[in-house]
Design a protein around this ligand. Structure first.
Ligand code: F0G
Length: 462
């Protein structure tokens, strides 16, 4: 008899103790809601959503153990027991010494780039996520992405499309001058380009280059466990290593990390900065007190710190990670059957549809990725998120510069949806695929300068 994880059926490795109703709506209601929301799904009330794949961030179901931790949380202003629990969990995982809690990932980014950024500086990354880029640019610095070239060939299944182009990294350091590069950031997994993992080999090589030029290397480690599990599955030499050991090795190449714990720590809010450089940590803590809170809570309640500490250990459960990655593959298999072009192979936290290929009749300035977002909502009450020209396109002095990709991300909340929810999503895609040519693009009516996709207003093309 096969072991449980060798059967074809993907079983969720948990029982459900607490449930929430889904938001059922009619087509007419969704049409009205979408119009009133300015065709921006961020403006749609969550109770009008049936299946919410907007993000895997802060949307996880916490475990019974985490909820028990919430009750145990120490709410002392200073020196809370829950802080020390978090500090231990992060040190144990990363081996880094200075642990600074923050309320979420972008707070860590803001603190770090306020200190290290500024005019004339350049931050290099395999790919900056949108908030990371915004925080780098808001400081006056430049954010440059150096993904491996195959990351752009969405249809091609390569095991480590999250890797950084290490040759380009060294060339860029020489071009800009090492003293103008305060930091290199490796985003694991690479969220902007399909949730693709970074290989251990690439982390090692990037760290060698950084060490040579004396530039600190930080991991943006929101999804470190998914990355570690994909290394175990795909990189030779790691099949028999535990995911914890693999994660430890990943962190061993870094001088620090910033984490949005809303992903791979299963919490609804939380994050941290961890590093070895004591002087840099001192400056970070100064900003922490100004903007977030005292050193031992950083904008969080004690209960949040406690839940985060527990989540950081739970995420390394290999039975969970097996289910997680298999369930994402299952969605990808269903979409392929419907003829929907996706970023291959599917990533760690979701499936990314290549909307440029799916809707070749919609030009980038009419946002094909966002057209699919709207169509998924209208057809099936499904919420997803564009990663394309609405998120990353530039609109300077009326001139439109498209992003290089037009993707629609179906991000899977952790431990929230079951296989039948996923079957439903696949069925909705089948319907859209059968009439893809008739889906219309959108015009942008209003957008702010930074992170414009959150607040943009659009209208359906006439
Ligand atoms: N880094 C990465 C790789 C992320 O994916 C995110 C957030 C952040 C940093 C910022 O963290 O939201 O806690 O402030 N990603 C979410 C997403 C928003 O939907 O992918 P945060």
């Amino acid at each position: 008899m096969p072991e449980w994880n060798q059967w074809k059926t993907i079983i969720e490795p948990f029982k459900i103790k607490c449930v929430e109703p889904l938001g059922f709506t009619t087509r007419a209601e969704r049409e009205r809601v979408l119009r009133e929301a300015g065709y921006n799904l961020f403006n749609v009330p969550a109770d009008k959503i049936l299946i919410d794949l907007l993000t895997d961030s802060g949307t996880s179901a916490m475990s019974a153990e985490q909820w028990a931790g919430v009750m145990r949380g120490d709410e002392s202003y200073a020196g809370a027991r829950s802080f020390f629990a978090l500090e231990r969990a992060v040190r144990e995982l990363t081996g880094l010494r200075e642990i600074i809690p923050v309320h979420q990932g972008r707070a860590a980014e803001r603190i770090l780039f306020t200190i290290l950024g500024g005019k004339g500086r350049t931050v290099l990354s395999n790919s900056h996520f949108d908030t990371t880029r915004a925080n780098v640019e808001f400081s006056g610095a430049q954010a440059l992405d150096l993904p491996v070239p195959c990351a752009w060939r969405f249809e091609k299944a390569e095991p480590f499309k999250g890797d950084m182009d290490v040759v380009a990294l060294e060339a860029k350091i020489q071009e800009k001058g090492a003293s103008n590069i305060p930091l290199v950031v490796m985003t694991v997994t690479n969220n902007s380009l399909g949730g693709q993992p970074v290989s251990m080999r690439n982390l090692r090589e990037a760290s060698e280059v950084c060490r040579h030029y004396k530039i600190p290397l930080f991991l943006d480690c929101a999804r470190f466990a998914e990355n570690a599990y994909l290394i175990k599955r795909r990189e030779s030499g790691y099949a028999t290593r535990s995911v914890r050991e693999i994660a430890r090795e990943m962190f061993s190449y870094a001088d620090g990390c910033m984490m949005s714990a809303k992903k791979d720590a299963f919490v609804n809010i939380g994050g941290f900065l961890a590093l070895n450089d004591r002087e840099l940590a001192r400056k970070c803590r100064e900003l922490l007190i100004i903007g977030e809170g005292f050193l031992t809570y950083g904008g969080l309640a004690g209960r949040d710190l406690e839940a985060m500490a527990i989540g950081l250990r739970e995420i390394l459960d290999e039975e969970y990670l097996h289910y997680r990655i298999r369930s994402i593959e299952y969605l990808a298999e269903g979409l392929r059957r419907c003829g929907v072009p996706i970023v291959e192979p599917p990533g760690g936290h979701g499936v990314y549809v290549d909307a440029k290929m799916f809707f070749p009749h919609i030009p980038p300035e009419r946002y094909p990725g966002h057209a699919l977002v709207c169509e998924l909502y209208l057809t099936g009450g499904i919420r997803s998120c564009e990663i394309g020209s609405l998120m990353f396109g530039r609109r300077t002095n009326g001139v439109f510069e498209p992003a290089r990709m037009e993707l629609t991300r179906l991000a899977m909340p952790r431990r929230v949806y079951t296989q039948s929810h996923v079957d439903y999503v696949i069925e909705v895609f089948g319907d859209i695929a059968s009439r893809a040519g008739s889906v219309r693009g959108l015009r942008l009516l209003e957008a702010s300068e930074y992170l414009s996709h959150f607040t943009a207003k659009l209208a359906v093309e006439a």
